[in-house]
Design a protein around this ligand. Structure first.
Ligand SMILES: Nc1ncnc2c1ncn2[C@@H]1O[C@H](COP(=O)(O)OP(=O)(O)OP(=O)(O)O)[C@@H](O)[C@H]1O
Length: 369
């Protein structure tokens, strides 16, 4: 699939932007810092997942002085063309697919699939477990609306349970009221955990190959989903979650928070059976996170039947020029790629022959080649 056209109205520093001639292969957005390159990438990501990667407050993307923001995209898929609209309001947002309003965001997500690799992804391995959980949630959510539904139900129940735990600790409520939340937490939580296990297994399959290629066959990459409620071999996930939750009940009441469940899990990344988070060099951490992202491209293709759009935001400078060219050329053959960069050093010939190049300046974009 590929994004044929993108229109923005009052989105970040764009008052009005119309890009009708995107290439199905490589598109390079060049500009100085703070001109609006990442804003373009962010808008495309929002068309795919209805959320920004930079903020959890949707209203932040509305241009200063404006009241609403609009992102529109024309997506070419193998068998159809889709028009996607996402409208951000001061409170909430609205979405449409081919003019038909989608009341639930989970019905909007997934018409466009993207894989984003941004500077903060270099933290994916180095940073805390919440980054890796978010990675899992965003990526699984793109291909499974059911997962998004289960996850949001889980989060709602978790919030209720935590509120009740605090009230019990202050003796405002009775402990037996927990039973109703515990049961629902385990039902939705088990579904989330099971889907994450499946995803991690498939991700490993693709990422291992990619990483081996990048590292010249020297390193073996592997993943392990780390579950906060010790899942024994062959055990029923819901039951095991429930048992652990009961055993931690005292502690949870004391602390006023739920100590086990998918909101506490992690994804362990290993190279040659050593944890990269603790023992990996910066280069290994960077390569491993790139392998994870590139693996997603293959994974989405396996699930959806088409390649997603690849967004490379300001990450080329992290690679030497040989790797840059290799990455851009190899991806551009199969996958529509949108790249932002401040410098095009090393890519000049490729840009002239094979890419659409756009110059970005103060929220205005002009095609250069
Ligand atoms: N809601 C908003 N309304 C108007 N302008 C905004 C809004 N949010 C951010 N901006 C502006 O957008 C610009 C930053 O754009 P962006 O993050 O896309 O930069 P960039 O070109 O990717 O730069 P860099 O190379 O430094 O990453 C800044 O000038 C900022 O003031």
């Amino acid at each position: 699939m590929w994004l044929k056209a993108l229109e923005l109205r009052d989105f970040r520093n764009y008052e009005s932007l119309q890009l009708f001639d995107l290439s199905p292969r490589v598109n390079i957005f060049v500009g100085q810092n703070a001109q609006g390159k990442t804003n373009v990438v962010e808008s495309v990501l929002m068309l795919a997942v209805a959320k920004s990667h930079r903020t959890s407050r949707d209203a932040e993307v509305i241009r200063f002085e404006a009241e609403t923001a609009l992102v529109q995209g024309m997506v070419e898929r193998e068998d159809r063309t889709l028009k996607l609209d996402l409208h951000m309001l001061a409170k909430g947002k609205k979405s449409r697919v081919n003019g038909v309003e989608k009341r639930k965001m989970s019905d909007f997500v997934g018409h466009l699939n993207v894989v984003l690799f941004a500077p903060e992804d270099l933290q994916l391995i180095k940073g805390g477990p919440q980054l890796r959980r978010r990675f899992l949630d965003v990526e699984i959510g793109q291909v499974s609306p059911q997962y998004l539904y289960n996850l949001s139900q889980y989060q709602k129940v978790l919030l209720q349970r935590n509120t009740l735990l605090k009230e019990i600790s202050k003796k405002e409520k009775k402990e037996d009221l927990l039973a109703i939340w515990d049961e629902q937490l385990c039902v939705y939580g088990a579904k989330v955990v099971q889907k994450r296990y499946e995803f991690v297994e498939k991700l490993e399959h693709f990422a291992r190959d990619i990483h081996s290629r990048i590292s010249g066959g020297k390193e073996l990459l592997s993943f392990r989903y780390v579950n906060s409620f010790d899942l024994l071999e062959g055990a029923d996930v819901t039951e095991r979650f429930f048992e652990t939750l009961q055993s931690k009940r005292r502690q949870d009441i004391l602390r006023g928070t739920t100590s086990v469940g998918p909101h506490r899990d992690d994804l362990e990344v290993r190279i040659d059976d050593r944890e990269v988070h603790t023992y990996g060099s910066q280069g290994q951490q960077r390569t491993a996170s790139l392998s994870m992202k590139l693996a997603e491209i293959e994974l989405i293709r396996a699930e959806v039947g088409e390649y997603p759009v690849l967004l490379l935001d300001d990450v080329l400078s992290e690679l030497d020029s040989e790797r840059q060219l290799h990455l851009v050329e190899s991806m551009g053959e199969r996958v529509q790629t949108l790249i932002t960069t401040t410098t095009t050093y090393g890519l000049e010939q490729f840009m002239q022959e094979q890419a659409h190049v756009y110059r970005v300046e103060h929220g205005v974009i002009c095609r250069e080649g």
